[in-house]
Write a protein that binds this ligand. Structure first.
Ligand SMILES: Nc1ncnc2c1ncn2[C@@H]1O[C@H](COP(=O)(O)OP(=O)(O)OP(=O)(O)O)[C@@H](O)[C@H]1O
Ligand SMILES: [Mg+2]
Length: 317
């Protein structure tokens, strides 16, 4: 991997992945993948569809057992026997917004946010738990009333915010977001970006952000990691990445869509914010594509049969 900005103290990496290998029935997704995420940064993770971004995230949070390699999160080696007992506590130190949202459809938004609180703080009083849940709902930009609604009663954007509220339930140090703006309209996506950045600044979060959304990359990411050829081929600022002579990187950031996203970022304050349509890095920005993305947002949520299970063990809806 080309780490374009290597001068950083070793202790400042809450996530360290080394020599990771993942495969499914002989199909190798990652081979010798390494990545270090810095404390307090928003790290964007990009790569073509199917390159293993979500699998990488699942490996980091312990939902995917790798064939080989080491994953160290907040100083704990994932999967190591001596850390088995500390594993539960460790899971309370991160929050995850899965690609499909993964809200429990038969629980209200507030009850969804309460799930991790119940899990990690079983002795908490009902009143305190529901107050914290409502606070997180508000923190995520939803009205207090939204706490009493069911996921099916919310728009796609509101459901993303509800998922974010649940990810923030335990005051995490690390926030994992898998395609948080997919399927949102441009205004909703820009608002979600601002919220992510604001939460990162005010709560001191480190954010691992998987996205195809070039506007998001330009707007809120401190650095970007590029997945290709089964590994992270480079990590750095967008300017640093652009200085590399890699065809995929050049096409992604320097193609017409990348340039439009850059123009949008550089637009002076006060200019219409959504003059340039938000760009996804993959293929042409056809209306069909947005509709396709919208569909995934309305994928059925997890039913309540699974509501009793550990929230961190859930896979994407
Ligand atoms: N549980 C699984 N069983 C078998 N194959 C899997 C499993 N999870 C992921 N894969 C395969 O691993 C590869 C990487 O999947 P992953 O979901 O990480 O891609 P991605 O980069 O997140 O793609 P997208 O941008 O479309 O979300 C794909 O080929 C996928 O089919
Ligand atoms: Mg994915």
């Amino acid at each position: 991997m080309t780490d374009l900005t290597p001068a950083h103290p070793e202790t400042e990496y809450p996530i360290v992945v080394e020599g990771l290998r993942n495969s499914f029935d002989g199909y190798v997704v990652h081979e010798n993948l390494s990545l270090k995420v810095r404390k307090g940064e928003v790290l964007g993770v990009v790569g073509g569809s199917g390159t293993g971004k979500s699998v990488l995230m699942r490996s980091i949070i312990g939902l995917q057992q790798p064939d080989a390699g080491e994953v160290t999160v907040l100083g704990h080696r994932m999967g190591a026997e001596e850390d088995e007992e500390g594993g539960i506590d460790l899971r309370s130190r991160w929050g995850v917004l899965f690609q499909g949202g993964a809200l429990f459809s038969t629980l209200t938004v507030g009850e969804n946010v309460e799930v991790p609180l119940r899990q990690f703080y079983p002795d908490m009083t009902d009143t305190l738990r529901s107050e914290i849940a409502r606070f997180k709902v508000r923190l995520s930009g939803l009205s207090g009333e939204a706490a009493f609604k069911y996921p099916g009663e919310l728009s796609g954007g509101m459901r993303k915010r509800a998922g974010l509220a649940r990810a923030l339930a335990l005051d995490p140090e690390l926030l994992f977001l898998d395609e948080p703006t997919a399927g949102l309209d441009p205004i909703g996506a820009a608002a979600f970006d601002s919220l992510t950045r604001e939460l990162k600044e005010t709560l001191g979060l480190t954010v691992f952000l998987i996205t195809h959304d070039l506007d998001t990359l330009y707007a809120i990411c401190d650095r970007v990691a590029v997945l290709a050829d089964k590994k992270v081929i480079a990590v750095g600022t967008i300017d640093e990445l652009l200085a590399l002579d890699h065809p995929w990187i050049q096409e992604y950031f320097n193609g017409p869509r990348g340039r439009a996203a850059l123009d949008a970022k550089d637009r002076p304050a006060g200019a219409p914010v959504h003059e340039v349509p938000r760009q996804s890095g993959l293929g042409p920005a056809q209306p069909e594509e947005r509709i396709e993305a919208d569909k995934s947002d309305f994928a059925p949520d997890i039913d309540d049969k699974r509501a009793g299970m550990d929230s961190a063990d859930r896979t994407e809806a």
